[in-house]
Each structure stands twice: as C-alpha cells, then as structure tokens.
Design a protein around this ligand. Structure first.
Ligand code: FES
Length: 122
C-alpha cells in the first residue's frame, strides 16, 4: 500500500470512498459488540481498526472471510445490516446505532455425499 493509505490500522484513503475526513465518532453494533467508527468510514475499515478481520463465515465450509479487494468487486465482505443480508462491508458506511451481523454457515442440502474409496457412482 502506498503511503497515507493506512494509519494506526485505519484506512485513511479508500480507493472508492476517498479520503476519510476528520469527523465525529459514531458507534454501531457488530454481532452485539459496540464498535467505534468515524462517521463516513466503511464498516469494514472500522472493524479492521478495532482488530476485527473476520467479517463472515463461508456459507458451506464455515471458514473465515474478510476484506479481499476492498473496492466492492469480490463480495467476500458480505454482512447483514439491520436484518438485510448481502451488504458489502467495504462500501457500506458506518453510522450511529447500526445493527450489523456477520454471516452464518448455511445448511447445504444439495451437496452430494462424499464418496468413500470403493463406492460406486450411481
Ligand atoms: S472486500 Fe471485496 S467486495 Fe468488499
């Protein structure tokens, strides 16, 4: 990263959202935990600045997922805001009182059963 993009764990100059202005502090909840952010800062950046890198679990495998592209392309940072899923944390702005949740592992009824050695395909 170039100079000035990140300071003290905070993304100061987002490639899409632009420079982070000096603004008032706001507080939102992430999985019930209060998170301090700067008004106008992305939720992903605020979580990163608070030491939280895992934004959700992979829907099938449950492996942790976090910021990848940070510009809205990869969809790895999907979170739920006020009960609505599918928001990108890297482009969604933090504001006072928001209720934000990480993703959950979903059941996968359409996954084929794993074959063991010696099993035949049907
Ligand atoms: S990190 Fe890629 S879309 Fe948010």
């Amino acid at each position: 990263m170039g100079e000035g993009l990140v300071s003290y764990g905070r993304i100061e100059n987002h490639p899409i959202l632009g420079p982070l202005p000096e603004t008032r502090r706001v507080c939102f909840l992430f999985d019930g935990r209060p998170i301090e952010a700067r008004e106008g800062e992305s939720i992903a950046a605020a979580l990163l600045a608070n030491g939280i890198r895992t934004l959700r679990a992979h829907e099938e495998q449950g492996t942790p997922r976090g910021i990848y592209c940070n510009i809205g392309h990869c969809m790895e940072c999907r979170i739920t805001i006020e009960g609505v899923s599918g928001f990108r944390a890297c482009l969604s702005l933090a504001s006072d009182g928001l209720d934000v949740c990480s993703g959950i592992v979903l059941p996968t009824p359409f996954q084929p059963a794993k074959l063991r050695e010696g099993d035949a395909y049907e």
